[in-house]
Design a protein around this ligand. Structure first.
Ligand code: TYD
Length: 136
């Protein structure tokens, strides 16, 4: 999706007892995880995101529910629906993202390569387009 890899999270199914998914920093994803955050209690139909990061790498996944992820960068604008706990999207280039909650109480989890840094955010879409031109 827009040059961002869709990855399978290792998942162990059990008989009648659900499944277990896991990944390890550096072994399964190509960075040290410095921060994990998640977005929950979002009503259906709400959109969040509307920003990009300059340096931050992130693995996004939805352990519960259904969330549409819209990604845009120099390779285009594409969307993917996250509804399977064993699927993740790796954002490892400056990418504008929007998330639409297709189902109430869906949870979006993010493993990130760095601490929260306000200066790494681009929150204005036009600024993001300019930034893409600058780094080209
Ligand atoms: P924000 O990035 O605006 O959420 P979204 O773009 O998904 O709607 O974050 C909301 C608030 O939380 C904002 O004030 C910054 C703060 N925040 C942190 O303090 N640490 C974090 O790791 C994150 C992701 C957000």
């Amino acid at each position: 999706v827009a040059g961002c890899k869709v990855a399978h999270i290792k998942t162990i199914p059990t008989v009648d007892a659900g499944e277990l998914s896991f990944f390890e920093a550096n072994n399964d994803i190509p960075f040290d995880i410095k921060r994990i955050y998640y977005i929950s209690k979002v009503p259906e139909g709400v959109r969040r995101g509307f920003h990009a990061h300059k340096e931050l790498k992130q693995l996004l996944f939805c352990p519960y529910g259904r969330i549409q992820l819209i990604l845009e960068n120099e390779l285009g604008r594409e969307e993917i629906e996250l509804s399977d706990p064993s699927i993740a999207v790796m954002i490892d280039r400056p990418t504008w993202r929007e998330m639409l909650w297709l189902q109430k109480d869906s949870v979006l989890c993010v493993a990130a390569s760095d601490y929260y840094k306000v200066e790494d955010y681009i929150r204005n879409y036009d600024d993001f387009k300019k930034y893409l031109e600058e780094i080209r």
